[in-house]
Design a protein around this ligand. Sequence first.
Ligand code: SAJ
Length: 427
Amino acid sequence: MSFDTISIIGLGYIGLPTAAMFASKEKKVIGVDINQHAVNTINAGGIHIVEPELDLIVKKAVDEGFLRATTSPEPADAFLIAVPTPFLPIEDQDSIPEPDLSYIKSAAKAVAKVLKKGDLVILESTSPVGATEQMSAWLAEERSDLSFPQTHGEDADIRIAHCPERVLPGHVVSELVENDRVIGGLTNKCSLAAIELYQIFVKGDCAVTNARTAEMAKLSENSCRDVQIAFANELSIICDKLDINVWELISLANRHPRINILQPGPGVGGHCIAVDPWFIISETPSESTLIHAARKVNDSKPNWVVEKVKSTITDFLSANPTKAIGEVTVACFGLSFKANIDDLRESPALEITNSLASLEICKILAVEPNITELPSFISNSIELVSTSQAINESDICVLLVDHCEFEQLSEGDLKNNFIIDTKGVWV
Ligand code: SAJ
């Protein structure tokens, strides 16, 4: 099978780097996205997302004519669907969110119009178990003139597979090439075609399974990490109550040859680890008690930090009886969802800072070295300041993200402030 033209549907954090990698191997790549701004930016040789090294690769691919973006699918030999799989809005905090596959459905319907015999369609989006079979059914509904694996097995005209992305934001370019891939074809021929496609640029192994196992593998990876972080977060709350330094405790426990406890923090953020477990929980709620409990532990950690700040304000006022509560200043160090990035989406640090501001009991400063202005959706009473200004002007310093800039501070820099450290950088 030869893949002369490859189409990527969805040019976001996964689709655009993937398109760029195929183009860097001199394949003709057609990127498709409904976002006209993204399409225009890419066709001008730019990128609309933040990811190290990607800008140069995209520019070269566009300049050399291997990558082009458009808003509607065109014929190709292989289609990779990398669209969002969000959740439907929940009615109340205790309901279990249900996945929204409407972007996959729209992408499948759009691709169906240009499908031809022999084409390969791969679902890359993180999806609930059964989504690849569902996507194939949507394609078949649109194209009764073509045969699909669910009805014609190995003799089908179209090949379908699920190959989940597993790259770490911030390291996408190297991980796309080096990481092993899980390849879940609806039939063996589907898997073999998908392996041939990925081997154009992937150096890692391509491990073959079926589509449902591939879907569950991706969900299990992120759920496993969520459960392990929940254990660390629960330990941090227990240790706080027992007056034990959790960071020392974890480093001691990790000296055991078979123990590797992860790091506690202000909660779990980002668009993957805090989200993907819900695909499992929503499909098998009675069987996912541990995964569900871990979600609750991690989701409740920001609120625990807010309560900790409130009790520290009380301690500060007891130690400084001449001060009124309105004169207290709290500085929050870090707003992004993890260290050394500018991404504020689904960030527990941002949630904590915003919650503290909404209490309206004291002045809130925020330090975030990776942004130049605060997003419009957070409280306008929060003031974005430099690290030194925050230390000098605050009474209480709350470390929320372990950015390099904060790790460089010494004990002496903070000697006049009360400290709450959710990442173990200063304690
Ligand atoms: N975190 C902790 N303690 C830890 C590790 C992480 O509190 O010990 C927190 C981080 O601060 C952050 C969140 O977890 O708020 C997630 O950060 P992360 O760096 O662990 O992961 P993501 O969400 O950036 O990327 C994950 C990766 N999955 C795994 O490591 C199993 C990545 O490989 C996936 O491709 C990505 O999700 C995805 O797209 O699904």
